[in-house]
Design a protein around this ligand. Structure first.
Ligand SMILES: N[C@@H](CCC(=O)N[C@@H](CS)C(=O)NCC(=O)O)C(=O)O
Length: 257
């Protein structure tokens, strides 16, 4: 069967959710046809050709994910979603709404980089096993200080839309940022269940977004399908028991006397 020549072509590593998942969720939620090229026959060779500069004279992305369709090749997750948002009805109309969403998405990118550094604090060029000690120290500090700061920031960015829905985009009820926040929360719950169990108790709006998003019919169908890869030790959100630490702010009060 010929694939749709107008479909978006998403280039990402075929065995992990990683940063590509933020783009997959948007395309899936919108019901937009796309090809997950890395998961097709010959797709990895095609991906590597792009990275080697074989993009028919078009700009060479530094790293996946990148999205190709007709005249465009876009990399950087926040940039890709900023492009797709208005085209797929996943951001409110006008520059103010678009830039407000982009600002939140860029902050999500910052958080994702810090999560990656919990298991790769020295370098992405080294195996986790070769930087485990530093990873434990880094994760401790991340959970103690950075995780609550980011998630409290996102919690205050969630508003009630006129239709009574919790969202980061009051003009719309539902935005691409909401989809990314869903992924952030489920990913962090997977990687850091102890800290997240405690922190989510004070983040009811983020918890509600997580529930609302995974009940959206196309998202629910995607999550139940084989297109949704499981979390594993290759992606951003990794469950290492030695990194599932309990920060001091989450520790139960000590019983004295
Ligand atoms: N800031 C970029 C980061 C892209 C990135 O780091 N991609 C990873 C996979 S999640 C990669 O393949 N990196 C290879 C490299 O940096 O050499 C984004 O948000 O898209």
């Amino acid at each position: 069967m010929m694939s749709d020549p107008t479909a978006y072509r998403l280039y990402y590593w075929p065995t992990l959710q990683g940063r590509g998942e933020f783009v997959r969720l948007v395309l899936e939620d919108a019901g937009m046809p796309y090809v997950d090229v890395g998961r097709t026959e010959g797709g990895m060779a095609e991906l590597q050709r792009w990275l080697a500069g074989g993009g028919e004279g078009r700009p060479t992305p530094l790293a996946p994910p990148f999205l190709v369709r007709e005249g465009i090749v876009l990399s950087q997750v926040a940039n890709i979603l900023h492009y797709l948002g208005p085209r797929l009805g996943l951001v409110g109309p006008g520059p103010a709404a678009e830039h407000q969403a982009l600002q939140l998405q860029l902050t999500i990118v910052d958080l994702v980089a810090e999560v990656h550094e919990t298991h790769h604090p020295l370098s992405a060029a080294l195996y986790y096993e070769d930087q485990k000690e530093a990873a434990i120290a880094r994760t401790n500090l991340f959970l103690e200080h950075r995780l609550p700061k980011f998630l409290r920031h996102f919690e205050q960015a969630v508003v009630v839309s006129p239709a009574g829905v919790l969202t980061t985009d009051p003009a719309l009820d539902h935005s691409y940022v909401d989809l990314s926040l869903f992924q952030i929360v489920v990913g962090l719950q997977h990687a850091f269940p102890a800290a997240m169990g405690a922190l989510l108790q004070e983040l009811p709006k983020l918890s509600a977004i997580r529930e609302r998003v995974c009940e959206r019919p196309r998202v629910a169908a995607y999550l139940a399908s084989s297109r949704r890869l499981p979390f594993n030790h290759h992606g951003i959100f990794r469950a290492y028991p030695e990194l599932d630490l309990l920060p001091t702010w989450a520790a139960p009060p000590s019983v004295s006397g």
